[in-house]
Design a protein around this ligand. Structure first.
Ligand code: MTE
Ligand code: MO
Length: 202
C-alpha cells in the first residue's frame, strides 16, 4: 500500500468562481477592511447627503428623508486594486439611478465626484454610476453596514475597483469635466475597470 501524503488544505476555487476573477485578482472569503484615515462617527441628527453640481434639483437629504426612499437589493462582486476580490455580495440600499433621477442630471454632466466624510473623494464617468447595479448601500448580506465598512452609507459600483466605492458618503457632485479624487491624485485610474486592469492612469 502506498502511503499518501496528507493533502495541504487550500481553499478550492470552483471554475465558475475562477472565471469571475478579473486579471491579477485573488479570491478572499473574509471581508477585509481597507481605508485611509479614521472611521468617522455617525450622528443621524446632523447627517445629510447632498447631490449637487450639474443637476436641476440639488438635493439635501437628511437621514429620515434618505430612509424614506425606495430600496433595492443588488448582488455584486467586489474587487480591490490591492488584488483581493470578494464575490457575491448582497447589498441593500437606494439605487444610484433613483438618486440621479430625483436630482435631474443636466445634459452637460459627464462625471461624478463622490465626497466622503473626512475629505476622501473618488471620481468616475457618470455612466459608471448610471447603471442598474450601482447602489448607495446601507446593508450587506442582510446586516446593517458596520462603521468600518462605511455605515451609514457607502457607494457600491460592482463593475469598478472598490476604491471608487466611497464609504461614509456625504455628497455626489455632477461635473462636466473630470476631476481627480483622493487616489486618482496619486496616479490611480479615473475609470478603474478591473476587467481591463485599469489600476493606474497611463
Ligand atoms: N471614505 C473612504 N471610502 C473608501 C476608502 C477610503 O479610504 N475612504 N477606501 C476604498 C478602498 S481602497 C476599498 S478597497 C474599499 C474597501 O471597503 P471595505 O473596507 O468595506 O472592504 O473602500 C473604499 N472606500
Ligand atoms: Mo482598495
Amino acid at each position: 500500500m502506498v502511503s499518501r501524503p496528507r493533502a495541504i488544505k487550500r481553499p478550492t476555487i470552483a471554475p465558475e468562481q475562477a472565471e469571475r476573477l478579473p486579471p491579477g485578482q485573488v479570491l478572499t472569503r473574509r471581508w477585509p477592511v481597507l481605508h485611509h484615515g479614521e472611521i468617522p462617527p455617525f450622528d443621524p441628527t446632523t447627517w445629510d447627503l447632498r447631490v449637487f453640481g450639474l443637476v436641476t434639483e440639488p438635493l439635501r437629504l437628511d437621514w429620515d428623508a434618505f430612509q424614506a426612499l425606495p430600496r433595492v437589493t443588488v448582488t455584486g462582486d467586489m474587487h480591490c486594486v490591492t488584488r483581493w476580490s470578494k464575490l457575491d455580495n448582497r447589498w441593500q440600499g437606494v439605487a444610484a439611478r433613483e438618486i440621479l433621477a430625483r436630482a435631474g442630471v443636466l445634459p452637460d454632466a459627464r462625471f461624478v465626484l463622490f465626497h466622503a466624510e473626512g475629505g476622501y473623494t473618488a471620481n468616475l464617468p457618470l455612466a459608471a454610476l448610471d447603471d442598474n447595479d450601482a447602489i448607495l448601500a446601507t446593508a450587506h448580506d442582510g446586516e446593517p453596514l458596520t462603521p468600518e465598512h462605511g455605515a451609514p452609507l457607502r457607494v457600491v459600483i460592482p463593475k469598478r475597483y472598490a476604491w471608487k466605492g466611497a464609504k461614509w458618503l456625504r455628497g455626489i457632485e455632477l461635473l462636466a469635466e473630470d476631476r481627480p479624487g483622493f487616489w486618482e491624485g496619486y496616479g490611480y485610474s479615473a475609470t478603474a475597470d478591473p476587467w481591463r486592469e485599469e489600476r493606474f492612469a497611463d
